[in-house]
Design a protein around this ligand. Structure first.
Ligand SMILES: Cc1ncc(COP(=O)(O)O)c(C=O)c1O
Length: 456
């Protein structure tokens, strides 16, 4: 019990053993014998329990978690109010299947999401169990509603790994390698990455500040619709309002607004994939709100239920009109997951979303200061607690530095800070939304040390 008590009060890391410790080594050996080798782990963290922003490994080492189980544990690990809600629900009933029966939880959460998701119109929700399923629901709905089959997505996008979602994912070739041709007809175009403009334009020359909108959005109308994607066959444009796995890339608002204008003009739908950027992470409930962007369909998962698997596809009610049996999931909208989600949303609205905005600004300031010291940092960007630090070999050429990324991740791990990479060479910070200034200071100091070692 000593470990548990220590974890409860710890705010910063305490490392007692070499990493990995003896227990961690044992489990990693068993893991490599029994677990699918398709998983990607950068360093040997083996977790026993978590509390708030802290996690304890199987050897009693305590870490500060700036990844939150890949942007999932928004309220921190095992928040007492989320745990209480789960326990209460488990006592009542665990499962009945919303596909075939009714229970109060489904309309309760769907009603709340309908209020929260941008758009001054009625909305309906379909529940699944993961981000990929929330995306599958969105694309099936778009194809069903428009009776069109072509989709437009963006390079760098990550929408999941099921066969439908994989057709949209365009982040790393290894995600597709070996799986043959894709099942959906998707055309990808470059995302609005102003740090490395794919067209070598500047914000001034690309039209981002003009009503016509940036070149990277207009290319859909000016090039795709005139060549490979007949406009009247395009079902939807699917976009992450802030690109996640692709490198935490924040587009200009005019990019998203131009996509909206083009979709409206040609009768296509807009799907916003907010699986990673949603649920308070950016300091607003949804990243779309930063850009006055109103999609027709939104995919949600990750932070929605503090770690209990839940996905949601929220759509305009006049779009979600498919008939019984056209789409459903046995476990989707499980009552335990919904109880966790309702408790999560309450916490986000009470203060965690505000804290994400405040701590995000504080972190960004500290990280931008690090740029003076570390030439290897090419760019620092983000909103709220969705922050990317892009590493480059040379600031002038902006050549990515993937080796440095891996080394920084490992150096941080050995100092007790849990971070992850995104894109080719971006450090991704996606901590639980309850972190405080002291924990931000520790993260900045640790990144500073890790970058110094890597630059040496
Ligand atoms: C934007 C986005 N969409 C979809 C997914 C897929 O989610 P899952 O891994 O829960 O299927 C992810 C996962 O990282 C994501 O970041």
């Amino acid at each position: 019990m000593k470990g548990k008590a220590e974890l409860k009060t710890a705010k910063l890391p305490v490392l007692n053993t070499q990493l990995p410790g003896p227990n961690a080594k044992d489990i990693i050996a068993r893991d490599s014998r029994f677990i699918s080798p398709s998983y990607t782990r950068s360093y040997p963290l083996v977790i026993k329990r978590g509390r708030g922003a802290m996690i304890e490994d199987v050897d009693g080492n305590i870490f500060l978690d700036f990844n939150a189980g890949v942007a999932v544990c928004s309220t921190g690990h095992s928040h007492p109010r989320v745990v209480e809600a789960i326990k209460r629900q488990v006592d009542d009933f665990i499962h009945i299947s919303g596909t075939d029966y009714y229970y109060p939880h489904l309309p309760m959460l769907a009603g709340k999401l309908s209020e929260l998701v941008p758009g001054n119109f009625e909305k309906k929700t379909h529940f699944g169990n993961s981000g990929a399923e929330a995306v599958e629901g969105a694309i099936k709905l778009a194809i069903y509603t428009t009776r069109r089959q072509r989709l437009i997505g963006f390079f760098g996008a990550f929408h999941g790994r099921t066969m439908g979602a994989l057709s949209l994912t365009a982040s790393k070739s290894r995600q597709r390698a070996g799986f043959g041709r894709q099942v959906l007809d998707v055309t990808h175009v470059p995302y609005a990455n102003c740090y490395r403009c794919p067209y070598n334009l500047t914000r001034e020359t690309c039209g981002a500040f003009e009503t016509k909108g940036p070149h990277c959005a207009r290319v859909i109308e000016d090039l795709l619709f005139k060549t490979t994607v007949p406009a009247d066959e395009c079902a939807a444009i699917i976009v992450e309002p802030i690109q996640g796995e692709g490198g935490y890339i924040v587009p200009p608002a005019s990019f998203l607004q131009t996509l909206r204008r083009i979709a409206d003009k040609y009768g296509a739908l807009i799907i916003a994939d907010e699986v990673q950027s949603g649920m308070g992470r950016t300091g607003r409930m949804f990243a779309s709100e930063h850009f006055d962007f109103v999609p027709d369909i939104m995919s949600l998962a990750k932070g929605i239920a503090s770690g209990i698997p839940l996905g949601a596809t929220v759509a305009r009610a006049d779009i979600m009109r498919w008939g019984p049996g056209s789409h459903a999931s046995t476990f989707g909208g499980n009552p335990v997951a919904i109880a966790a989600s309702l408790a999560t949303i309450e916490l986000l609205e009470e203060n965690l979303m505000g804290n994400a905005a405040r701590m995000g600004e504080y972190l960004m300031e500290g990280l931008r200061d690090l740029m003076d010291k570390h030439q290897i940092i090419g760019d620092v960007r983000g909103k709220g607690l969705m922050i990317g630090i892009e590493l480059v070999k040379d600031r002038a050429t902006k050549e990515p530095h993937p080796d440095a990324l891996l080394r920084v991740e490992i150096e941080c791990f050995h100092r007790g800070l849990i971070i992850q990479g995104a894109g080719t060479s971006t450090i991704r910070l996606s901590p639980p939304l309850l972190i405080d200034q002291e924990q931000c200071d520790f993260a900045i100091k640790t990144l500073d040390e890790a970058l110094s070692v890597v630059e040496d």
